[in-house]
Design a protein around this ligand. Structure first.
Ligand SMILES: [Zn+2]
Length: 255
């Protein structure tokens, strides 16, 4: 069985485990590829360096909506990000989006930074990894001006949002949240996504799936989430793994 972790942060300097050991463990559990996703300039740069060290490790470069206030007027950093987008092994812009739940940055700054990064994705022909929390209305009004391919990562909304995502041809990124949520709407939504539009992720070190809650999340845990979701959706684990792996390879052009 082959799986892909399309979203992790094991390259962050404060990741609590040895990332090379974690990668070896992931490979032995059938996780063939993983994408190290950036939230700041520093960890986007680290992600590229990290991906260079090993085959089948990829990088996404981007500025998280939480960081919008810090970067939106920082021309030097924005230019750096533009340079990073063209580096080898960079397979996506991300993670970028809108977060009105925490609202760590003003909404206007978040929207402006999102527009900038969507234009970068267009320039470089890269797909985008989106973080959208309690902000779908504003998100769609910006996204629809660009219509780039991508994934709504760490999906935890409802069936209405699944429909909005799928009708635009975007993918839905599912992670350990699904294994511990008590929210029936989220589970109904996870059942409603066409198999051709699901990609798997861990968001390591966050969102460790049941039964490993309380430990640091690792890319190998994507197998636990795959098993849970295939049961939830009444699909065989083999079919579910094959489809989600092919979806990730197609979206991110992995080879
Ligand atoms: Zn993340």
């Amino acid at each position: 069985m082959q799986l892909i972790d399309t979203h992790c942060h094991i390259h962050f300097s404060d990741y609590g485990l040895d990332p090379l050991e974690v990668i070896a463990d992931a490979h032995s559990e059938g996780v063939s590829d993983l994408i190290c996703v950036g939230c700041t300039i520093t960890d986007s740069k680290l992600g590229i360096a990290f991906a260079k060290r090993k085959d089948h490790i990829w990088a996404a470069v981007g500025l998280h909506p939480h960081e919008a206030a810090r970067y939106i007027n920082d021309e030097k950093s924005l230019q750096e990000l533009r340079d990073y987008a063209g580096k080898p092994k960079v397979v996506a812009i991300g993670e970028v989006g809108l977060d009105y739940y925490y609202e760590h940055s003003p909404k206007e700054a978040q929207k402006e930074l999102l527009r900038f990064q969507l234009s970068l994705a267009q320039e470089h022909g890269l797909p985008v990894i989106f973080h959208v929390r309690e902000a779908f209305d504003d998100f769609w009004s910006i996204y629809d001006d660009f219509k780039v391919p991508g994934v709504i990562h760490s999906f935890s909304a409802g069936v209405k949002e699944v429909n909005e995502i799928v009708q635009r041809g975007l993918y839905v990124g599912l992670n350990g949240i699904m294994t511990f949520t008590k929210n029936q709407d989220q589970l109904d939504a996870a059942r409603a996504i066409p198999l051709s539009k699901i990609v798997l992720e861990t968001d390591a070190p966050y969102l460790t799936p049941t039964p490993y809650r309380g430990t640091i999340c690792q890319p190998k845990h994507v197998a636990t989430t795959a098993e849970f979701l295939s049961n939830l959706r009444h699909e065989s684990l083999e079919d579910f793994a094959r489809a989600t792996t092919q979806n990730a390879q197609a979206l991110f052009n992995l080879r």
